[in-house]
Every structure is written in C-alpha cells, then in structure tokens.
Design a binder for this molecule. Structure first.
Ligand SMILES: Cc1cc2nc3c(=O)[nH]c(=O)nc-3n(C[C@H](O)[C@H](O)[C@H](O)COP(=O)(O)OP(=O)(O)OC[C@H]3O[C@@H](n4cnc5c(N)ncnc54)[C@H](O)[C@@H]3O)c2cc1C
Length: 441
C-alpha cells in the first residue's frame, strides 16, 4: 500500500490565474468510481496523458484526480515557454548533451508542441493563450553576449534556425536599452499557462472524468487492479498513471533520486502600453540558464511584465511566504535594472512553484509496479518534457509500442542522489554558485 505522507501546497497568488475569469472547478469525487485507467495529477503530464488515452480509445474510462484546482500547481503558474530546443536549466549552456541527443530531444519537444497546437486549433485560441511566436535569449553584458554567440554555434551544429540581434535590434522588440544582444529562435510556443491547462481540462467529456479538489491519499493492489482512496471516495482502476511530479516521493516512490527545486515569479500591475516602446508581447529567456526570464504580456487593461528568477532547493516540498518575499526583492532589482523607464511600477502578484529534477536529467518513467506507469521528473521544462512524458505513459499503459515509448523506455534510470546532509549542502551551494555566476543576467 502506498500512502501519501504529504499533499501539495501552492504558495503565493499566481498572476496567470488571477488574470482569468473565475472558473467553477469540476466536482470532487464522492463515492466509488470504476475506471480502466486512473491518472493522479492534473498538470501537463497528467492531463496530456488523459488526452492521449482518450485519443487512443474514446470509450476508455479514465478518472483524473487532481489534489487542488486545475492551474493552481506549477503547470498553471510557470512562465509559459513551450520550448522546442534543448533547454537544460542546470547546464552551463542549455545544451548538456551531444548533437544526436539534442536532435532526439528536439523531436520529443516538438511532439509535445504538436499536442498543444492540436488543442489550440480545436479550441480556436488566439495569441493571448497560444502564440507560436518564438523566443529571444537575451544578454545584459559581455559575459551574456559570449553565451549568445556560443548558443548560436550549438544551433549551427544541429542545423537549427536562429537570428542574432544586436543591442539596437533587441531594443526595438523589448522597448528597453538594457539588453546588449539576443538570439531569436522561432520554434518556441508561448502560452498563458493557466488558460492553457484549464482549456485542456475542460476539453474532456464523455469517458474522461476529472475530479478536482480530490487528492489521492493512498493506493493499493486489489486482486488484479488498484484501489485509490480519496477523502470522500475511491477509484478502482486496472492501471494508474502517476503524474504528480515531485509528490510521487510523498508515496514513498523514487526516494533518493528526486531533487525538489522551487523557482519564483513576480508580475507587475497593468501599465499603459505607451510607457514602454517596442512590441506589446514578447518572451525572453536569459543568456545564462540560471538567469532571469522576462515576458511582456499584452492585456485588455494594459500590459504587464513577468520576471522569473531564483531557485531554491526544498527537500520537504514546501516553501514559505518569507522565501517568496526574498525572491520578490530580487525580482524588483532585476525589473528596475531592465526597465528603468517603468520606475515606480509595482508588482501585483508574486508566487513560487515546485519542480522535480533528477541528477542526470532523465525522467522517472516506466512501469514501476505491475499496472503503475510513472510520468515523473519534469527536469524544469515540463511544458515540453512532462507533456511528452504524459503522452508516452499513456501509450505505454495502452501497450502502444510507439517511437516515443521506445525513447522514454530507453532513458537511463535516475542516478541516486548523495546522502544527507551532503545533498542539501551541495545542492544549495551549487544553485547559489550558478545564480551568482549568472550575475546580472
Ligand atoms: C515560476 C515557474 C516558471 C516555470 N517556467 C517554465 C516554462 O516557461 N517552461 C517550462 O517548460 N517549464 C517551466 N516551469 C516548470 C514547469 O512548470 C514544470 O516542469 C511542470 O509544471 C511539470 O509538470 P507536471 O505535470 O509534471 O507537474 P505539476 O505541474 O507539478 O503537476 C502535478 C500535479 O499533481 C498534483 N498532485 C500532487 N500530489 C497529488 C495527489 N496525491 N493526488 C492528486 N494530485 C496530486 C498537483 O496538485 C499538481 O497539480 C516553471 C516552473 C515554475 C514554478
């Protein structure tokens, strides 16, 4: 029997959810439900798995359990980059692997983008929710400029398209002179993450039942199937897809291999678009992987700037309001350094979100018990990696021997982490050094 020792908490008010109209969550589970497959977790991994299951067999009975409301978790509170190219946040240069592996990663990432695109077409979404506009990688000084050039060399090696921009050119996009150079890559899709995941959740009908505010408290084998207990009900299912990212560990699974890292974001109040030149909507990752992500978001009530920066290692799977406040002060400094003309504009929302990484950057994937398929360990870029892992878990659970399943089954197993207290000391020091070396970037 696997019993949850902890349930997720999502701290801080996410600007993405706050910007949307209220949504009535799907009712919590009450009573007993029988399903062919149960999915635990309603983020990118879980909902992509549910979508793929319904495509493979529209009559399949699927029960999705989400502990909170859809979009409250990391999936609805991230920066909204669905990145097609290799993007190892813990690496020095985003690459982290050889050319063949990079090409492989790109193919996986583009499969995830294909799912998102298909959903966007189905829903008729505009650019406010799904914008295939590409992204900029921006530098703020000579060190960053060098990284931009070295990233261009990596893209040459794998024959991927890009455009280099000097300080003047990137200023015409961002409306600020703070960036010294940039590289534009066209394949990234930018989403409003809360609207995206709500849309995916609300696309289910028929035989996929989603239960919100329904945490899985335990699951145990009952003959040839599994019984999941929730606060007011239970699900009997032949198979389970476990898609609750770092909280897999709360069931005692993947102990000693998941690194629980939190990152933080702040979003300004809406401002009059005339206050900042350039384009009204753009998205930029930093030249240094551990640097600061920035987005300008166009809205009906004005525009907003999103700043995402700071990583902390939190093995207990929780952060405090104090940590959000400390990250917020860093965000304020980063904002002022990038947008001096917006001086005085206040942050309206601040929040934190959880990610699960592995030491060797591989997913925690596969049939871990007979009938239990894991799609865990987003490795920081879950919009692509967790989406792909959810699709692969669905296909594996249905016995589909696809290219994606073969690739996911072929990943190395997650490498064991060093024992405590060396792990905490090492992880904290490593994040601090990397953040320090990213400097102003
Ligand atoms: C501020 C921030 C910015 C980021 N920016 C980006 C970005 O731009 N691009 C990108 O690719 N990635 C980004 N990320 C990372 C990305 O959000 C994660 O990689 C992604 O959300 C992982 O998806 P997932 O479905 O695996 O897990 P999650 O999104 O964590 O979803 C897991 C779900 O499981 C639920 N759950 C947990 N336990 C239980 C239980 N017992 N029963 C039922 N449900 C349970 C949780 O409530 C949660 O909703 C960012 C993260 C943060 C915090």
């Amino acid at each position: 029997m696997f019993v949850a020792s902890k349930l997720p908490q999502h701290l801080g008010q996410s600007g993405w959810v706050s910007m949307l109209p209220p949504r009535k969550p799907r009712p919590a589970l009450s009573g007993t439900v029988n399903a062919d497959i149960a999915v635990i977790g309603g983020g990118f991994a879980g909902l992509s798995a549910a979508r793929r299951l319904s495509q493979l067999d529209p009559k399949l009975k699927v029960a999705v359990l989400e502990a909170g409301e859809i979009a409250q978790g990391a999936t609805g509170r991230n920066s909204g980059f669905i990145i097609d190219l290799p993007h190892e946040v813990s690496s020095e240069d985003y690459g982290g692997s050889d050319s063949n592996e990079r090409r492989h990663d790109i193919k996986i990432h583009r499969m995830a983008i294909a799912l998102a695109r298909e959903l966007a077409e189905e829903k008729g979404w505009g650019k406010d929710i799904f914008d295939p506009c590409g992204k900029y990688n921006v530098a703020m000084g000579p060190k960053g400029d060098k990284h931009v050039v070295s990233y261009a060399r990596q893209l040459d090696a794998i024959k991927e398209e890009y455009r280099l921009l000097d300080g003047n050119e990137i200023a015409t996009v961002t409306g600020t002179r703070s960036f010294t150079s940039a590289i534009f890559t066209p394949g990234t899709v930018i989403i409003q993450p809360a609207a995206y995941i709500r849309g995916l959740a609300d696309s289910f009908g028929g035989s996929v039942k989603l239960f919100e505010n329904t945490p899985a408290l335990s699951f145990e084998r009952q003959g040839t199937s599994w019984r999941i207990k929730t606060p007011n009900g239970m699900v009997n299912a032949a198979k389970i897809i476990l898609a609750n990212n770092g909280h897999a560990q709360s069931f005692g699974l993947f102990r000693g291999v998941l690194l629980h890292v939190y990152t933080y974001a702040s979003m300004t109040a809406a401002f009059d678009p005339k206050r900042l030149g350039g384009q009204r909507s753009w998205a930029a990752t930093p030249a240094f992987p551990m640097g600061t992500t920035v987005r300008r978001v166009q809205g009906d009530d004005g525009d907003r700037i999103l700043i995402r920066s700071r990583y902390t290692y939190n093995p207990r799977l929780q952060v405090s309001d104090g940590a959000i406040g400390r990250a917020g002060r860093i965000h304020d400094r980063k904002f002022e350094a990038r947008f001096p003309t917006l001086k005085g504009l206040q942050m309206q929302y601040r929040w934190a979100g959880a990610m699960a990484l592995t030491w060797n950057g591989v997913p925690a994937f596969g049939e871990i018990e007979p009938g239990i398929f894991a799609a865990i360990a987003c490795n920081g870029v879950g919009a692509t990696k967790a989406t792909a892992s959810g699709i692969a878990a669905a296909e594996a659970a249905m016995g589909v021997d696809s290219w994606l399943v073969k690739v996911f089954k072929g990943f190395a197993t997650p490498k064991p982490l060093p024992p405590q207290p060396f792990l905490t000391i090492g992880a904290t020091a490593n994040l601090s050094v990397k953040e320090w070396s990213a400097g102003i970037e």
